[in-house]
Design a protein around this ligand. Structure first.
Ligand code: 5AD
Ligand code: SF4
Length: 440
């Protein structure tokens, strides 16, 4: 028997790309590939790219350039570009970088085995179509390897919101939901393989409306179906648009014990003028009212968000409105970015903010968000939380896991295994994690 071929995948960007990379590895696993952690001994290299922020395409070209020597040594090495840069740049990648054998968009991963065979026959392959079929359905039925305690599960892809700064509607296409029965089967399978916590993924996940036996299901209805799976202990979802936060989902946060008290709800900015220009179709006020309703359903929920500073035409006053909104909401964690132009999006054509002013605003916003994050984390001391253990810690006998609120928690002298859920009392708060002790 010949030695297995080796596959090296480098994943950039969001959790959906992590999920997609796993599926690509499984698809090529069926063709005799095993994963390797080093590009040097690979027979195939895939870059699973992200196009959401900052010179993404340039980074991909410079990364590809680094494989030149490797390809010269190993002419049989196949190099592919997947993900959103592949979708956005397509033929341009093939033209600019002759090293590339394969360009595959996010909707075509199930066709990777055929594509790989074509590259082995010396062909160049480009597939950036948006086919109708469910790629994940075609990617299933691989050997049932044991899994860690947490997993991602894509339930929805694409976005119809067209925020003026965002490339996702162009690279991932229109919003599509997977049928509920397929998601439930995949979740059941994950649980049988050891998974205890599932994070449902979608670019706009709370717009989920997948087909069920009696019509479409909302995300909340899907969560209630998942709630019935024995052995599944925790459910999370990400990421959401404020306008798609439906009543039944808010209610589920108060009534579904498996749904964790953590919500990533990006607002992007606090000025109504900027929100309008971003095409966000909500106001600062409507967002704050929404957070209040969510907190009325689940008072301890940890709110997380995304922010963009320096969006075209943002004034100091607009930026202050963002700071005011942050003060009011009090975020448990957040991601903040300086606006960067994405060619082809509406905002790319508009007058840009002075980069030095944008840098300064980003620093001030991050200082505030970091302070809030620390306050929320410190506020956990003395509280009892659930912790799902994921792995052993650095010290002997120590275990590390995530709290219900997604804080990293380590517990000393812990006679528990990965995959166990325990009640833990938080005893101290460090720079990036909490320390706790088992209760009982
Ligand atoms: N510039 C800066 N940040 C962006 N994001 C999306 N597009 C851009 C852009 N062009 C941020 C948004 C989004 C997160 C995933 O990335 O905050 O919520
Ligand atoms: Fe992009 Fe999110 Fe806006 Fe959709 S809702 S366009 S994914 S920022």
């Amino acid at each position: 028997m010949s030695a297995p071929k080796k596959l090296f995948i480098k994943t950039y960007g969001c959790q959906m790309n992590v999920y997609d990379s796993e599926r690509m590895a499984e698809a090529l696993g069926g063709e005799g590939y095993v994963e390797t952690k080093s590009a040097d001994d690979a027979d195939m290299i895939l870059l699973n790219t992200c196009h959401i922020r900052e010179k993404a395409a340039e980074k991909v070209y410079s990364e590809l350039g680094r494989f030149k020597g490797l390809k010269a040594e190993k002419p049989d090495l196949k190099i592919g570009v997947a993900g959103c840069v592949a979708q956005a740049e397509g033929e341009e990648i093939m033209r600019r970088q002759p090293l590339v054998d394969l360009v595959v968009g996010p909707q075509s991963y199930h066709r990777l085995p055929e594509m790989e065979a074509k590259t082995r026959a010396g062909q160049k392959v480009l597939d950036t179509d948006f086919p109708e079929e469910d790629k994940f359905e075609k990617l299933k039925n691989r050997p049932k390897a044991k899994r860690g305690p947490t997993a991602f599960l894509t339930v929805q892809e694409g976005c119809d919101k067209f925020c003026a700064f965002c490339v996702v509607p162009y690279t991932r296409g229109a919003e599509v939901s997977r049928p509920a029965d397929r998601i439930l089967r995949e979740a059941q399978d994950l649980v049988e393989r050891g998974v205890r916590e599932i994070t449902l993924l979608g670019q706009n996940v709370n717009a989920y409306h997948g087909a069920g036996p009696n019509g479409d299901l909302t995300l909340a209805q899907l969560i209630w179906e998942l709630d019935k799976i024995d052995g599944l202990e925790r459910i999370r979802f990400t990421t959401s648009h404020p306008n798609d936060m439906q009543d039944d989902l808010i209610e589920a946060h108060g009534t579904c014990a498996k749904l964790m008290p953590y919500l990533h709800l990006p607002v992007q900015a606090g000025s109504d003028k900027i929100l309008k220009r971003m095409n966000r179709s909500h106001t600062a006020e409507s967002y704050i009212r929404l957070i209040e309703r969510i907190r009325a359903a689940r008072s301890d929920i940890l709110i997380s968000g995304d922010f963009i500073v320096g969006f075209p035409e943002e004034t100091e006053e607009d930026f202050q409105a963002t700071m005011d909104l942050v003060e009011e909401v009090k975020y448990g964690t957040a991601y903040s970015f300086k606006y960067s132009t994405r060619p082809g999006t509406p905002a790319a054509e508009r007058p840009q903010v002075d980069p030095a002013a944008a840098d300064d605003r980003l620093q001030r916003l991050q200082a505030l968000l970091t302070r809030q994050q620390r306050e929320v984390q410190d506020g956990m001391v003395g509280r009892e939380v659930g912790v799902l253990f994921e792995k052993t810690g650095r010290l002997p006998g120590q275990m590390v896991g995530k709290s219900d609120y997604l804080h990293a928690v380590h517990v000393a002298d812990c006679n528990r295994d990965a995959g166990e859920l325990a009640r833990v009392r938080i005893v101290s708060s460090g720079a990036n994690s909490l320390a706790g002790e088992l209760i009982g």
